[in-house]
Design a protein around this ligand. Structure first.
Ligand SMILES: [Cu+2]
Length: 157
C-alpha cells in the first residue's frame, strides 16, 4: 500500500514539472519560471538564456499581456545593501549563456494585470537586438524555485 502511494506521489511530481525550453535559431530560453504575486504588484521572471549562434546577441525588450511593463534588472550587493538597476540590454555572448535567477539578473513584471498563483503561466515575448522575437511562458511555482524542483509533499504512509 505504501509503495502504491509513493508511486502516485512521484507521478504527481513529474506532471508538475513544467521545465519548458523554447528555441529560435541559436537562441534558447530554458525553464522560464515565476512566483505567486498579487494583481497590481510586481511579479518576477527567471530563465536561462543561451546563445548557440556564431554572433553575440542581446535581450533588448520583454513584454507580457499580464504586466503593464516588463523591465530587465540586475541585482547587486554593496555594503550589505541589495539594490537593483534597470538594464536597457543584456548581452548574451556567442556560445554563452546568461542566467536570470534569484540575486542575479531578473525580469520585473511591473503592474500585474491579474494575480499569479502556482500552476499559472505568464506568456511573454522576448525581443533581441538581432530582431529575433521569442515567445515563452513563465511557469508559476509555489515560490521557492522552478516548478518541479521544489520539495514535494510526501504521501502519507
Ligand atoms: Cu527588479
Amino acid at each position: 500500500m505504501s509503495r502504491l502511494l509513493l508511486s502516485i506521489g512521484f507521478a504527481l511530481c513529474s506532471s508538475l514539472a513544467q521545465a519548458s525550453t523554447y528555441r529560435l535559431g541559436g537562441l534558447v530560453a530554458a525553464q522560464p519560471w515565476s512566483r505567486p504575486a498579487v494583481s497590481g504588484t510586481n511579479g518576477i521572471g527567471y530563465l536561462v538564456l543561451s546563445n548557440r549562434g556564431p554572433r553575440a546577441d542581446a535581450l533588448t525588450a520583454v513584454e507580457s499581456p499580464l504586466a503593464a511593463a516588463v523591465e530587465m534588472h540586475a541585482t547587486s550587493m554593496s555594503g550589505g545593501v541589495m539594490s537593483m538597476a534597470r538594464q536597457s540590454r543584456i548581452t548574451i555572448p556567442a556560445g554563452g549563456q546568461v542566467t536570470f535567477g534569484p540575486g542575479a539578473y531578473h525580469l520585473m513584471l511591473i503592474g500585474l494585470t491579474r494575480s499569479l498563483k502556482a500552476g499559472d503561466s505568464v506568456p511573454a515575448t522576448l525581443s533581441f537586438a538581432s530582431g529575433a522575437r521569442l515567445r515563452v511562458a513563465f511557469a508559476v511555482g509555489a515560490g521557492g524555485g522552478p516548478p518541479g524542483t521544489e520539495p514535494m509533499r510526501r504521501p502519507i504512509r
